[in-house]
Write a protein that binds this ligand. Structure first.
Ligand code: ZN
Length: 386
């Protein structure tokens, strides 16, 4: 930790004067009585040429802030505090909110914003708990992630824990690492044929990053050409087929669900893949599983007409089964509504249904493939997939 209490006042470790450091080293009796602002136990100042001055609990302690903090974490939160201060907003390091029993890495009182710099692993439950706690005392919570998260590889559990949503930039999160010295924005996070991908942009100051979030124009909207889509779809299909042959469990729920309808999961109609197999990163596994589940219910239950109420029920049930919950975004329903609307539009455009008063009318069935090979051949040779 960077902050301790000394004689009832808060003091930052790198601001302890050289004189008092030397005095403390020379005489144990003149050691200043630093205390942890959270648990009030004694802490000692640690410093040296190669490490950042910080305080550490004297003995093994129950205090949640007694764990060893990495140098990267200490350095990062100091830099973030400096950057926020440089923007004209006084920032407080390690601000203790005693009413919720949490300590924010950086708190910006004028903006009522908590900034957490997360370098170590953290579970979904824990980040959700902390975020909810901060929302009781602050207007905004911003998680900035350390180097371990700045890899360019994305997983749905990362999106669930850290992603925020921006009307222009889509799903995004921010990384910062003191070593490289810049902020990296990962935005337009999306799923393409079962794989998550994103655009990235680096910013050498927090100011430039905030400016971009406020009014920056994202790079041209991503569009894959037919051959890229073909390659990605074949890859996803092959991945499913391999897993099935090895009796893997990854796709088993969808495989079994299709089986109950006398259908083959890998043979699902092309409409299940959607345009370019891409969409919002809001599913545990893949958009494909969600779409196949819905296509079976819409077309294989023998309906000629499906009411708006039944559609809403299906959407809700499918969200519960396949949807991600987010720690940083309050309402995930709107994303599912968007994805569902898009599916219905595509089904309409392909002539499978038409909208009528208070519901949809089924016009024809999407065609399922009989085998993996038949579908593979179709994807290999088709000019268009829908
Ligand atoms: Zn403590």
């Amino acid at each position: 930790m960077l902050i301790a209490e000394l004689n009832g006042r808060l003091i930052q470790a790198d601001e302890v004067s050289g004189k008092s450091k030397r005095a403390a080293e020379n005489s144990p009796f003149s050691k200043p009585a630093y205390h942890c602002p959270s648990c009030h136990e004694s802490v000692v100042l640690k410093h040296g040429q190669s490490r950042i001055a910080h305080f550490s609990h004297l003995s093994i302690s129950q205090c949640p802030y007694s764990e060893n903090e990495s140098q990267a974490h200490l350095a990062g939160k100091m830099k973030i505090k400096q950057d926020v201060t440089a923007l004209g907003h006084p920032a407080v390091l390690e601000h203790v909110f005693s009413n919720i029993n949490q300590r924010a890495d950086v708190y910006v009182p004028t903006l009522q914003t908590v900034i957490e710099y997360q370098c170590s692993p953290i579970s979904f439950a824990e980040i959700k708990r902390r975020t909810a706690g901060y929302h009781q005392v602050a207007r905004r919570v911003l998680w900035i992630l350390g180097a371990r998260y700045n890899t360019g590889t994305y997983h749905s559990d990362m999106v669930a824990r850290f992603a925020q949503y921006h009307c222009r930039l889509g799903f995004y999160f921010i990384c910062f690492s003191k070593e490289v010295g810049y902020y990296c924005l990962h935005y337009q996070i999306r799923e393409v044929a079962g794989k998550l991908t994103a655009d990235t942009q680096n910013f050498f100051s927090l100011k430039a990053l905030l400016q971009f979030l406020k009014s920056g124009e994202p790079t041209a909207k991503w569009r894959a050409n037919t051959n890229t889509t073909r390659r990605l779809l074949l890859h996803q299909l092959q991945n499913i087929q391999r897993s099935n042959l090895k009796r893997g469990r990854t796709w088993l729920p969808s495989v079994s669900d299709c089986y109950a309808f006398n259908r083959l999961f890998v043979g699902c109609p092309m409409i299940c893949h959607g345009h370019q197999g891409s969409g919002l990163p809001i599913f545990h596994q893949s958009i494909l599983c969600w779409r196949v589940w819905l296509i079976l219910r819409l077309f294989d239950d023998g309906y000629r007409f499906i009411s708006d109420d039944l559609l809403a029920g299906l959407l809700e049930l499918s969200r519960e089964k396949f949807g991600l919950e987010f720690a940083q975004i309050n309402d995930n329903h709107r994303f599912f509504k968007m994805a569902f609307k898009r599916l219905l539009i595509e089904l309409h455009d392909q002539g499978y249904l038409r909208h009528s008063v208070a519901g949809i009318q089924i016009l024809k069935q999407p065609v399922w493939f009989d085998s993996y090979d038949q579908k593979r051949w179709f994807i290999l040779t088709a000019d268009r997939f829908l």
